[in-house]
Design a binder for this molecule. Structure first.
Ligand code: AMP
Length: 193
């Protein structure tokens, strides 16, 4: 592990996803496929630094394909041995707030894959901050197997009930699979990261 060595501010694709694998192997397979694709295309992966579940599948595939992988993780999680031990860079921070700030600093865009409450919290913050104009990085939702349909329904409900603007729907770019992510006009080219 090269803690904080070398490239201190690698910019890349910031991915939020679950620390659990989900019930269907298709979830981890998609995380692995995305990790491989990122590495092969020369994108740096920025993620939460975990080694299990979707996070582990994503990072391991990117590393196996020779990619540059930056993990950002709080010290308490390192102490619980939750940190991936083989990353290109491991950035250890004090708090969850610092973790999200460090990830945001390096994010060329955000991609949310299926995950649980942690993923939802990270995605919500990025989405609400986009709504406020605090950042302008594109935010993608990989809605594989319709996993995020209830969240999309909630956002529509919020708009219908007058608690969000219809334009806010456009802040979240929903794609059904990795191919659609890759070919999305707002997805960065590697030279932009
Ligand atoms: P979730 O979507 O609830 O699985 O949350 C993913 C987020 O949970 C990660 O970004 C971490 O903040 C945290 N997390 C929970 N368990 C772990 C773990 N075993 N290893 C690393 N991060 C974890």
């Amino acid at each position: 592990m090269n803690a904080l060595a070398g490239r201190q501010t690698s910019r890349g694709i910031c991915i939020y996803c679950g620390a659990r694998p989900g019930t269907d192997p298709a979830y981890e397979e998609a995380a692995s496929a995305l990790g491989t694709a990122l590495a092969q295309s020369g994108h740096t992966l920025v993620y939460g630094g975990g080694e299990v579940g979707m996070m582990g599948a994503l990072a391991n595939a990117a590393l196996a394909a020779g990619g540059h992988v930056v993990g950002v993780i709080p010290q308490t999680m390192v102490e619980r041995e939750w940190a991936h031990s083989g990353l290109s860079e491991l950035i250890v921070v004090d708090t969850m707030h610092e973790r999200k700030a460090a990830m945001a600093k390096r994010a060329q865009c955000y991609v949310a894959l299926p995950g649980g409450l942690g993923t939802l919290e990270e995605l919500s913050e990025s989405l609400s901050w986009a709504q406020l104009g605090f950042h302008a990085q594109p935010l993608f939702l990989l809605n594989m197997r319709g996993y995020f349909n209830p969240l999309l329904s909630f956002i529509n409900h919020s708009i219908d009930q007058g608690f969000a603007a219809a334009a806010d729907r456009d802040l979240l770019h929903t794609v059904d699979d990795i191919n659609a992510l890759w070919t999305h006009p707002l997805f960065p080219t590697p030279t932009q990261t």
